[in-house]
Design a protein around this ligand. Structure first.
Ligand code: G6P
Ligand code: MG
Length: 217
């Protein structure tokens, strides 16, 4: 049966965590507390609203609803100031090779991201046109580890969830793929992503032979 690939964006196709870090750190510092790289790690795959809730919790800070929304807007404006400087060079090593292979083999592929900035980022890195479907933070009501984002992507691709292969760098994303009965491939550390069906440090470690085998199963 027809197989398809679903890519997460942040941490899989591009490393935007470094920009999220700078923007969240500024927010925390402006509110009078610090924000660490370790804390930033815990925000991978976590929606914007939930990220701010966690950060305020770490900083022992409470905000009114109005101030909460204002801070979230400021953070995103600051984040976008970095995103707007992105170009094709930000695509992580090895990713283009995999995309080229999928194009060549006519394998459909989609984006399944929690980010509300996903379409904008894809435009900046010049990858928007290749995707057969894009599902992002503006299309879903339930955040990863809920499989909603990936299930919508599968539906849009017209491919059964069991035939979808998901690339993810976050624990919540791997859990979402598993819950959706999809094949999960973790991009990152073995100790964090052990729930994934397969784990690779990055895309340079993924061979065409591996993809071929997976797509023929
Ligand atoms: C991805 C990132 C998270 C980010 C989330 C929402 O999942 O890994 O760090 O918080 O997207 O992104 P957004 O661009 O909508 O703020
Ligand atoms: Mg991610």
């Amino acid at each position: 049966s027809q197989k398809a690939i679903i890519f997460d964006l942040d941490g899989v196709i591009v490393d935007t965590a470094k920009f999220h870090f700078l923007a969240w750190k500024k927010l925390a510092n402006d509110l009078g507390f610090d924000f660490t790289k370790e804390q930033n790690e815990e925000l991978k795959g976590v929606s914007r609203v939930h990220s701010l809730k966690k950060i305020l919790n770490w900083g022992n800070k409470e905000l009114s609803e109005e101030e909460f929304n204002h801070q979230m807007q400021l953070k995103n404006e600051n984040y976008l100031s970095y995103v707007n400087k992105m170009d094709k060079g930000e695509v992580l090593p090895g990713v283009q090779k995999v995309l080229d292979y999928l194009e060549e083999q006519n394998i459909p592929y989609a984006l399944g991201s929690a980010s509300k900035n996903a379409r904008h980022i894809l435009e900046k890195i010049d990858l928007k046109d290749g995707f057969d479907a894009i599902v992002d933070g503006t299309d879903v009501s339930k955040a990863k580890p809920d499989p909603e984002v990936f299930l919508i992507a599968a539906e849009k691709l017209n491919v059964a969830p069991q035939d979808c292969i998901v690339f993810e760098d976050s624990v919540a994303g791997i859990q979402a793929a598993n819950k959706g009965k999809m094949t999960s491939i973790g991009i990152g550390e073995e100790k964090t992503l052990h729930e994934a069906d397969y784990i690779f440090k990055d895309f340079t470690e993924i061979s065409i032979e591996f993809l071929q085998n997976l797509l023929q199963k």
